[in-house]
Design a protein around this ligand. Structure first.
Ligand code: AMP
Length: 295
């Protein structure tokens, strides 16, 4: 089976990075947890526009799972991922063991304050500390010129941008648009766990975003009225439980004003119960859109 070269140690990756840099080549890093889909591949494509070498990390980072069951259930298929990576021209895959990134006795965390308090930070305590810590380790190991992240994880992009600026990582962070199924559902590695009924109802997220966008286009500016529309739309899906539906400032992630005066991030997290026949697992999905009132 086709595969890019695989590196498993930080030391070797750093040595390769030094070699590429010495030769004047630019490196782009695409961090992933594997279970690759077209969303990840769009990041590879974006990475290629900014660099001579596209490196992907595949590492299911234990420290960003606040729920051990979610970690255990995370889909893993390395052979398939490597074949997909090769097919899309990834030049190298970094696939370390957990003990390589978290050596015995590890005590160091990277924590971004404020931006991580709300949204996914509120509902998944410790999640962003795990993300920022592992992304720091990946950036120190791969020494990339650019790193590409998906805007589906909007808050994650904001948090990583802040961290990179605060710590002077000297890497450019690129945000890439969300890739969707033909019916609008945002691609996610977790979608495989949706039973058929929950899969159909998962469109509630994009319908909620559409409803809010349509209301803004008709002139609605009231934050609470917009959120009520979103909640009503999601409420039509009997298996859905809203974790959060919020309007926030796209830069600071502070709550949006009662009357929208400029662009506002509509961020959704919804959990889907398994169907009545017990098909599928409980799955938490997120999606977002920046609503831009005209004028
Ligand atoms: P994950 O493997 O889920 O941790 O995601 C790795 C990267 O892929 C992150 O930067 C995600 O934001 C990005 N990503 C996940 N799903 C999508 C999608 N549907 N479209 C674009 N990027 C995505």
């Amino acid at each position: 089976m086709l595969s890019p070269p695989i590196v498993t140690t930080v030391r070797e990756l750093q040595a390769r990075a030094d070699g590429e840099r010495a030769a004047g080549r630019r490196i782009a890093l695409v961090p992933t947890m594997g279970a690759l889909h077209a969303g990840h591949m769009s990041l590879v494509k974006a990475a290629r526009e900014h660099a001579d070498r596209v490196w992907m990390s595949i590492f299911v980072n234990p420290t960003q799972f606040n729920d051990a069951k979610d970690f255990d259930a995370y889909p893993v298929d390395l052979a398939r991922d490597l074949a997909l990576a090769a097919e899309h021209g990834v030049d190298l895959v970094f696939n370390p063991e957990a003990r390589e990134l978290y050596p015995e006795g590890a005590k160091t965390w990277v924590d971004v304050e404020g931006l991580t308090d709300a949204l996914c930070g509120a509902s998944r305590p410790g999640h962003f500390r795990g993300v920022t810590t592992v992304v720091s380790k990946l950036l120190l190991a791969a020494r990339p010129h650019v790193a590409v992240f998906g805007e589906k994880d909007f808050q994650q992009c904001a948090v990583i941008r802040r961290m990179v600026a605060d710590l002077g990582f000297g890497v450019e962070i690129i945000g890439a648009p969300t890739v969707r199924e033909p019916d609008g559902l945002a691609l996610s590695s977790r979608n495989v766990h949706l039973g058929p009924e929950a899969r159909a109802q998962a469109l509630a997220l994009v319908r909620g975003l559409d409803a809010a966008e349509a209301a803004v286009a008709r002139g609605e500016r009231g934050r609470d009225a917009l959120l009520a529309r979103v909640e009503a739309e999601i409420g039509r899906a009997p298996l859905a439980e809203i974790d959060y539906a919020e309007l926030r400032d796209p830069d600071s992630l502070e709550p949006a004003p009662a009357q929208l005066a400029g662009p506002a991030l509509l961020a959704l997290a919804v959990e889907f119960r398994p169907g009545p026949g017990g098909q599928g697992k409980r799955v938490r999905l997120i999606d977002n859109r920046v609503l831009a009132p005209a004028g």
